[in-house]
Design a protein around this ligand. Sequence first.
Ligand code: TXA
Ligand code: MG
Length: 349
Amino acid sequence: MELHTKIFKISPDNISDVIGECAEIIRRGGTVAIPTETVYGLGANALDPIAVKRIFYAKGRPADNPLIVHVASVEQLGHLVSEIPAQALSLMEVFWPGPLTLILKRTDVVPDITTGGLDTVAVRMPDNVIARELIRVSAKPLAAPSANISGRPSPTSAAHVLHDLEGRIDAVIDAGNTCIGVESTVIDMSGKKPAVLRPGYISAASIEDIIGEVEIGYNDHVTEEESVPRSPGMKYTHYSPSATVLLLEGSHDLVQDKIREMYNDFTYRGARVGLLVTSTGLLSLTNDMFYLGSKDEPEEVARNLFLGLRELDERGVNIILADGSFNHEGVGAAVMNRLRKASEMIIRL
Ligand code: TXA
Ligand code: MG
């Protein structure tokens, strides 16, 4: 059934009206796409199984891939989890509100559908006032995966959300572009040893500064079929545009030369090639080029990554040559994780 998706553009004088109307939609069991500091999320009442089912349906998301539950206060979190280990509390004190998702043991208050049947729940407090106000005014914790069709690049603007989900969700709150651009860091605090299950803006090193050594529980490369992933989301295709992405890794100069060579080669053979690059030197090659940002500024590259994948896709290119030669430190590690997962092939130079 086609829904009429309401579009609420936020301005300084309409915030409380918009929040009020969207809180009503949430209380009725509807779906509202919300801005967060990382990417837009598709929110619904995390405690209402029918509302949560609407999220899975709208995204075409596999039922065993659990959702992150967003809260506006630690008090609200108290009902959802059976215990908060001391180390988890330390992380919350330092990084909340912010782009860190913690996996904790859950209570029966959280429906099975929200957690994909797991006995844990992923929780985070977003660093976006609109998201937190909606949670506060609706008085519901919000289950909110990224607001894209499953498998597509995450949305960093309301336009991206509408491109994927218009007619499939009740509303979207348009508050401009998100500032981080890649999803939150996910850390499992429910086991004996903390383990990072998804890299994000908050690096493993900055987490270790607070709680000591953590395991790296993710793999940038395609998960082997036979192993059981610690995070159900790991086993699915991710962040992929329709075009085939080929990722080039190595020193900046070698990568630029190889992109030039491969561009000429594929174009000669009749393909339409898009470039996702960190050097303006390739500008003269084609208009189908998206500049991610400076190779020395991974935060800029993170902000532009999903936009770039989507824009090149819109232009109808068959192949995207992606430049992986930017600084991999900090959020750069998260960007590389997303790019590797989006790629059909990685070429190491
Ligand atoms: O920045 C973000 O985290 C965004 C914004 C909207 O908050 N949300 C987001 O949600 O990226 P989603 O659903 O696209 O990714 C959630 C990831 C998935 O890989 C999922 O498998 C994992 O978290 N996850 C959720 N609950 C889990 C659990 N109980 N145990 C292990 N992994 C879990
Ligand atoms: Mg997602």
